[in-house]
Ligand binder design. Structure first.
Ligand SMILES: Cc1cc2nc3c(=O)[nH]c(=O)nc-3n(C[C@H](O)[C@H](O)[C@H](O)COP(=O)(O)OP(=O)(O)OC[C@H]3O[C@@H](n4cnc5c(N)ncnc54)[C@H](O)[C@@H]3O)c2cc1C
Ligand code: FES
Length: 283
């Protein structure tokens, strides 16, 4: 399969119209392949290309979903598109989350902030396919209760054994809210039975990263087992253009998922509070 070829994909369905984050179901005209945490370059005429991480597995008809946060030119054009319109896709690129690492660990903890839940939802879907998986804990936070994505999935997942879910909103702006009030870091304190073989997968706004890491230090965690999804503006996606350099590594091929031990080994400025806020998470 040629992963650099741009494949036309028809927009089959659009969920959450009128909100900042829309979920697009894309049906490519040729098969595509990607694993959870890998990204696709999506081209939208006439704006160009941008990276998006699929938020669902590939379904029987070949379609899959992406969650798109409206932040700038390309995402505004995409948000104006209708079902039946066509975009281009190429990929999947990058390393993605390691299912093997998660399944072989003593417990899996997923920590998502805002639209960071999108790639992790796909990862969770895959993990739930395993009959013998370790206990799974999902911590998901957002600024407002009305901004939570995939709540129907959470209602379904709640029925699963060996699965704990903590939803935390900083501000409650809907009457139906049944979760906690607070931040993801408050929920980390509720974790139980964490040993050094537990694995952690974190995706969310970069300002959240140092706080999450600090809170995890109260447990006997191994930094090789804590993974953060990092972000740079991608261009080629295949390690050629140098656009996504972070320190000495190219995030499109060496990332975007990196363990804390690798982040430290490469001296990446990830856990500094002064790191500029990435506006993918602005709204
Ligand atoms: C690996 C990867 C996966 C991604 N997955 C998703 C996803 O699933 N859903 C989603 O909504 N977005 C995702 N993004 C972010 C998405 O690619 C950008 O939001 C998109 O490029 C914005 O395009 P735009 O033309 O609308 O905004 P622009 O007009 O290009 O930018 C608007 C503002 O956002 C800044 N910006 C844009 N992209 C980035 C970035 N990647 N990092 C830091 N600042 C940025 C710009 O500098 C500018 O200030 C992902 C990015 C990466 C690198
Ligand atoms: S986006 Fe071109 S090298 Fe990474």
């Amino acid at each position: 399969m040629n992963r650099q070829k741009i494949i036309p994909a028809v927009i089959k369905q659009i969920e959450h119209p009128g909100t900042y984050v829309k979920i697009f179901t894309l049906l490519p005209k040729e098969p595509v392949f990607f694993v959870p945490g890998q990204f696709l370059m999506v081209s939208v005429f006439p704006e160009g290309e941008a990276a998006f991480t699929p938020c669902s597995c590939i379904k029987e008809d070949g379609s899959f979903e992406i969650a798109v946060n409206l932040v700038g030119r390309l995402t505004s054009t995409l948000h104006r598109m209708k079902t039946g319109d066509t975009v281009g896709i190429r990929g999947g690129y990058g390393n993605g989350f390691s299912i093997k690492k998660a399944i072989n660990s003593s417990g899996i903890v997923i920590i998502a902030g805002g639209i960071g839940m999108a790639p992790l939802r796909f990862f969770i879907q895959e993990l739930l396919q395993y009959d013998k998986r370790p206990p799974l804990t999902i911590i998901y936070s957002a600024n407002k209760a009305s901004k939570f994505l995939f709540l129907q999935d959470f209602e379904r997942w709640q029925q699963q054994e060996n699965l704990d879910i903590f939803l935390a909103a900083l501000e409650v702006d809907t009457q139906e809210w049944k979760g906690h009030i607070g931040r993801s870091t408050d929920m980390i304190e509720k974790l139980k039975k964490i040993d050094e073989n537990a694995s952690f997968f974190v995706c969310g706004p970069p300002p959240m990263f140092p706080h999450v890491l600090e809170k995890l230090k109260q447990f006997p965690v191994n930094e090789k087992n804590i993974f953060f999804t990092l972000e740079r503006n991608m261009r080629c996606g295949i390690g050629k253009c140098g656009h996504c350099y972070m320190g000495d590594i190219r995030l499109c091929v060496d990332g975007p998922v990196l363990s804390v031990s690798d982040i430290k080994k490469y001296h990446l400025a990830v856990f500094r509070e002064t790191e500029p806020f990435m506006s993918r998470y602005r709204k």
